[in-house]
Design a protein around this ligand. Structure first.
Ligand code: SF4
Length: 281
């Protein structure tokens, strides 16, 4: 958390409606994310310009998030809640704020289904809650690469891949449904057959599903992506032949390992972009 500026804000609403086919709502207890991933699209979807312009360096804490959530779940129709969609719910500040932990208790206690997505082993702290509501919750870990050096380049503030894999194992062993999100896949960065196979094998070892997505460049990412592009000039490629090849490699690896593997955002469903738009915090 060193070097990150935190500000406390109060909100009127914290349970946002989702247009995505597999989520009804999103719960984002923080605005911004100190993991500061170079490819993070979320910065393009916040109305807080200070956070957007300083992504990874400024984070707002919605200090009344749990109290507002408690009020909102009383009247909201039951559904699936993404925790979170525009921030990592287990970024370091969660260790002290516990807005994710307490939010999970409220949501699961009220019978909502929850889908957690994180890059952090801090989620293991909440295994007691996750185990208690194992039938209502799944936990996904984003693993773009297993190479620590590449991870440092594209996800400079996030926990290293090995620690995510360790947490994935612990959550799976606790009997909670898990999945691995392989994305965004960037040309020349994390698209090698070796990298993709190793990630699939990791998922296979713990019985986790795999979801994947390719990189969708946005002008808001110009600055953050420049160190990545310096080293990997094709990282923003959308070449359909390259994508088809990578997809084939990934699907073959999944078939070999007996892992269920799907695009995270199937073509006919709501796109990643509209997913994010629908979650404006
Ligand atoms: S962990 Fe997720 S929300 Fe946080 S910066 Fe990275 S991609 Fe964005």
């Amino acid at each position: 958390m060193e070097g990150v500026v935190y500000r406390r804000i109060r909100v009127e609403s914290v349970l946002s409606k989702s247009g995505l086919y597999d989520l009804d709502y999103a719960y984002n207890p923080y605005v911004g994310c100190s993991h500061g991933c170079a490819y993070c699209y979320a910065r393009a979807y916040t109305r807080h310009t200070e956070v957007a312009r300083n992504w990874g360096r400024v984070v707002y804490v919605k200090e009344n998030a749990v109290e507002v959530l408690r009020r909102e779940v009383r009247v909201a129709r039951k559904g699936v809640v993404g925790v979170s969609t525009l921030t990592d719910p287990y970024q370091p500040v969660e260790e002290v704020e516990e807005l994710t932990r307490r939010g999970l208790e409220v949501l699961l206690g009220e019978g909502f289904r929850v889908s957690v997505q994180t890059k952090s082993p801090l989620v293991v702290r909440d295994l007691d809650v996750l185990e208690k509501y194992a039938g209502l919750v799944d936990v996904g870990f984003t693993v773009t690469t297993l190479d620590p050096e590449t991870a440092r380049l594209v996800e400079p503030g996030a926990p290293p891949p090995a620690s995510r894999v360790g947490a994935l194992r612990k959550v799976s062993e606790a009997g909670v449904e898990t999945w691995v999100f392989v994305g965004p896949i960037m040309r020349g960065v994390n698209d090698s057959a070796e990298n993709l196979r190793k990630i699939v094998e990791t998922a296979g070892r713990v019985g986790a599903k795999v979801f994947y997505d390719f990189f969708h460049f946005k002008p808001a990412l110009d600055e953050s992506m420049s160190p990545v592009l310096e080293k990997h000039p094709d990282a923003t490629s959308t070449d359909p032949r390259w994508r088809a090849l990578v997809e084939r490699v990934l699907l073959e690896a999944c078939r070999d390992e007996g892992v269920e593997c799907r695009p995270a955002f199937p073509k006919k469903s709501t796109s990643r972009q509209s997913r994010l738009t629908s979650f404006l915090d």
